[in-house]
Design a protein around this ligand. Structure first.
Ligand code: CA
Length: 429
């Protein structure tokens, strides 16, 4: 098995007995993402999204419904770190077992009571996140931001050689729906800095990568093995205070401008669910350096990138009060990442840093080369110089109170059941 192998669980003709699951835009039976949920019956436990329901995986395991997966029954509660640590073989086993159950019409009678309507489930951050790291692998984002400060040389000389990243803050990662509190911080001004509420609040559209099996301190992960350490993917919003960032970031990089909140979508979309949407890493333009050997693997270059349609929507409180639909600010694709997820993970561990199950890696803001594909307001508004006109007559350069940001990711390919990530939403208080 490889991270791009297709099997019966990818059959687009497969039929599921759960009402509304067939043809579901995000969670058909070919997806089966893992999440941590609670409801009026019980506390946080493992569930799997199917249609508009959560399948109570923890309860099904305890009831002995999936006998081959009995070892998982003890680790499907409170947080999912140990479930992720169980590794790819166990993950593929529960995917196939659950797929078999949900496509077997004869199983409906004994399984239907394990379904919880999503509207009655509260989702949680799926893991106890030990460490969160944010990369900067969206090259068009790096170019767009760099151009604002250095029009002649937007990319710094290291960019195409080394996956740039910084160690973020794990304690302030929250699940979709968490309220966004505008941070106060030091803002530069002509008379020196002042401490005041951020005036340039922004979002960053990113993918999150959940680490599965870890590595021991001092033992790097080879690029060939890196995919086996990835347990899945989510959407990630790296909320950013641009004015705080501009003053504080030199020489050590982002600090308070980024650590007040990071939002993730609740479902862990597994590598297996995304296998049909694997694509070759974009060919580097003529003149770009080849990745150093420790970041170069034939299978990763041929299959290691993800074709994912990414969209970002904004609604203001005035728009919602007027009954207006949210407004799409951008549409892009995860193919625009300059480094693959495996390259980011292998680089992270290359000096011997130990990654642990449930660690979270952000890809960096994903923008495309064209207008309309930007992953942040900083880019759309050209650093705040060009206001965005919204339907209803309002304008924005950065986020105001009441603004709601929703990110969406879909994997779509001809002849395949499409797979969605579920929303990543935040409203500015
Ligand atoms: Ca970021």
């Amino acid at each position: 098995m490889t991270f791009w192998t297709l099997d019966e669980t990818h059959d687009p003709e497969a039929r599921c007995w759960v009402e509304g699951a067939d043809g579901h835009a995000e969670f058909p039976v070919q997806n089966l993402p893992l999440g941590l949920f609670s409801d009026c019956i019980g506390g946080p436990r493992a569930g799997v999204a199917i249609g508009d329901f959560v399948f109570d995986l923890a309860a099904a395991l305890q009831a002995g419904l999936l006998p081959d997966l009995a070892p998982l029954a003890d680790v499907a509660h409170e947080q999912l770190n140990e479930l992720l640590a169980a590794g790819p073989e166990m993950r593929r086993a529960w995917r196939r077992a659950l797929f078999a159950l949900l496509t077997d019409a004869a199983a409906e009678a004994r399984c239907a009571h394990f379904l919880v309507p999503m509207a009655r489930a509260e989702m949680h951050v799926p893991c106890q996140i030990g460490d969160y790291t944010d990369f900067y692998a969206g090259i068009h984002h790096a170019m767009n931001i760099g151009r604002l400060f250095r029009p002649d040389a937007p990319l710094l000389p290291n960019y195409k050689h080394v996956p740039i990243g910084y160690h973020g803050r794990a304690s302030s990662v929250r699940v979709s729906g968490a309220e966004v509190h505008r941070p106060s911080g030091q803002l530069a001004g002509p008379d020196g800095p002042r401490f005041a509420p951020c005036e340039r609040l922004d979002y960053e559209l990113e993918l999150g990568i959940w680490v599965g099996a870890g590595n021991a301190l001092g033992e790097p992960v080879s690029i060939a093995d890196a995919h086996e350490h990835i347990a899945g993917y989510c959407l990630l919003n790296d909320w950013s205070a641009r004015d705080i960032q501009a003053w504080e970031y030199q020489p050590l990089g982002p600090f308070l401008a980024k650590n007040f909140l990071t939002t993730v979508s609740p479902w862990i979309i597994t590598p297996e669910a995304l296998a049909p949407f694997r694509v070759a890493q974009c060919v580097r333009p003529e003149g770009d350096p080849a990745p150093l050997p420790y970041l170069l693997d034939g299978d990763d270059q041929a299959h290691g990138a993800l074709a994912l349609e990414l969209q970002l929507f904004l609604s203001t409180s005035a728009m919602r009060e007027a009954g207006m639909p949210e407004h799409r600010l951008s549409a892009g694709d995860a193919r625009h990442l300059y480094w693959t997820p495996a390259q980011m993970l292998a680089h992270h561990a290359s000096g011997g840093c130990n990654l642990q199950p449930g660690d979270l890696l952000g890809t960096g803001t994903i923008s495309g080369p064209a207008r309309g594909e930007e992953g942040s307001l900083m880019e759309i508004s050209l650093g705040g110089k060009q206001p965005i006109a919204l339907p209803g007559g309002e304008t924005r350069t950065f986020l105001l109170s009441g603004d709601r940001v929703r990110m969406q990711a879909r994997a779509v390919a001809p002849g395949r059941a499409s797979v969605g990530f579920g929303d990543c939403v935040g409203t500015v208080a």
